[in-house]
Design a protein around this ligand. Structure first.
Ligand code: GTR
Length: 359
């Protein structure tokens, strides 16, 4: 049944190079990965600014008694030297004291609060995970102002320069730079996670930065985890009309022309292979389109298969509400309810990371 549903979407093959030759092994996949990354950056998200020439971290606040003393919470300013000067933004680091080094999340959040309604910090730390978060608008505003924050510190090409999603991704990578200096974190088990527009951002981050062992997208939908071909709810025209600043200029040319894309969103998921990627949908989130999110996982699973690892392990049918597929390298669940980043989503991500923890 799934093969038939996928065939109807008429998807471009991530395992075929632009010249038509097929990827046969992991070595060729490494090259094809580069080709896919170039395509998605050039056509959808814009190219990442280069990493900073220099960066530094300064702890500006520290609470060693957070969560009744179980957790150390620090506020750290990360400052990077860039083309047009220095750019700095605050991050919030909640690290449990027990069982270090611990696996960790980089959570790209809508707010800077700790905890936050999308981030149950104590529950996360109680399960042995650290969580490093930042507020996306502390990096650059969520609008067409490309002079604000990080955007103002770099030069940007109108067609292929970074959209705002890419700039938020770049910041998540700087959090990873900082994490790499911390002995309290299990470096082999760091995830990047976000919800909705920030789920799109988390997928791009995990796709492009192989230091992340897990990329987790909560209800990311259009131009995130969901296939664009045949998608219900939001489409490329709707997203570009309202949120064109999230993307590079080139993306506009695919408005109402989904079928002309030489790629589709399963390529974004596939970039994480053979590392782990997780997509979560919500039953009532029809704007995001759970079916198109799920089918993208099934399509990306073929890349995992070619690399000799399980991708999406699923019965041959669409997912049921409440179903949780965590056996393969691609995780998926369908939560009941609407567009939201809930505690149950977090718990499932932690289940998956625990089951797939890298030794
Ligand atoms: C919606 C947008 C979605 C999703 C969401 C969000 O309005 O159309 O693509 O990203 O915003 O980020 O909350």
């Amino acid at each position: 049944m799934l093969e038939e549903l996928l065939a109807r979407r008429n998807l471009p093959d991530p395992l075929a190079f632009a010249d038509g030759t097929k990827v046969r092994d992991a070595e060729q996949w490494r090259r094809r990965r580069q080709e896919i990354a170039q395509t998605l950056c050039r056509e959808v998200y814009g190219f990442l600014p280069p990493p900073p020439r220099r960066w530094r971290a300064e702890i500006v606040e520290e609470d060693t008694r957070f969560c009744a003393g179980k957790v150390t919470l620090t506020k750290v300013m990360l400052a990077a030297a860039l083309e047009n000067g220095e750019f700095a933004f605050p991050i919030y680091c909640a690290v449990p004291k027990a069982a270090q080094p611990c696996p960790a999340f980089v959570h790209i959040n809508f707010r800077d609060a700790v905890p936050d309604r999308y981030m149950p910090t104590e529950e996360i730390c109680d399960r042995g995970f650290a969580v490093f978060s930042f507020c996306y608008t502390d990096v650059t505003s969520d609008n067409g102002d490309f002079d604000d924050g990080l955007a103002g510190a770099i030069e940007r090409d109108a067609h292929t320069g970074p959209g705002k999603i890419t700039l938020w991704s770049w910041a998540a990578m700087r959090v990873m730079d900082y994490i790499q200096s911390l002995p309290c974190v299990d470096q082999r088990n760091v995830a990047v996670v976000g919800h909705s527009r920030l789920g799109k951002t988390a997928l791009l981050t995990g796709a492009l930065d192989e230091r992340f062992a897990f990329a987790i997208s909560n209800n990311s939908g259009c131009s995130g985890a969901a296939l664009s071909r045949g998608k219900q709810g939001e489409d490329i025209a709707a997203i570009c009309n309202k949120f064109g600043h999230w993307f590079c200029g080139n993306y506009q040319k695919y408005m109402n022309k989904e079928d002309e894309q030489p790629f589709d969103q399963h390529w974004l998921l596939a970039l994480t292979a053979p590392r782990k990627v997780y997509v979560a949908s919500a039953e009532e989130d029809l704007w995001a389109d759970p079916v198109s999110e799920f089918l993208a996982c099934a399509a990306a699973g073929k890349v995992y298969g070619r690399l000799g690892v399980a991708g999406l392990v699923t019965p041959d049918r669409l997912p049921l509400v409440g179903e949780c597929l965590q056996t393969g390298g691609i995780g998926y669940h369908m939560r009941s309810g609407g567009h939201y980043f809930s505690r149950s989503d977090w718990n499932r991500y932690m289940d998956f990371m625990t089951a797939h923890r890298n030794a």
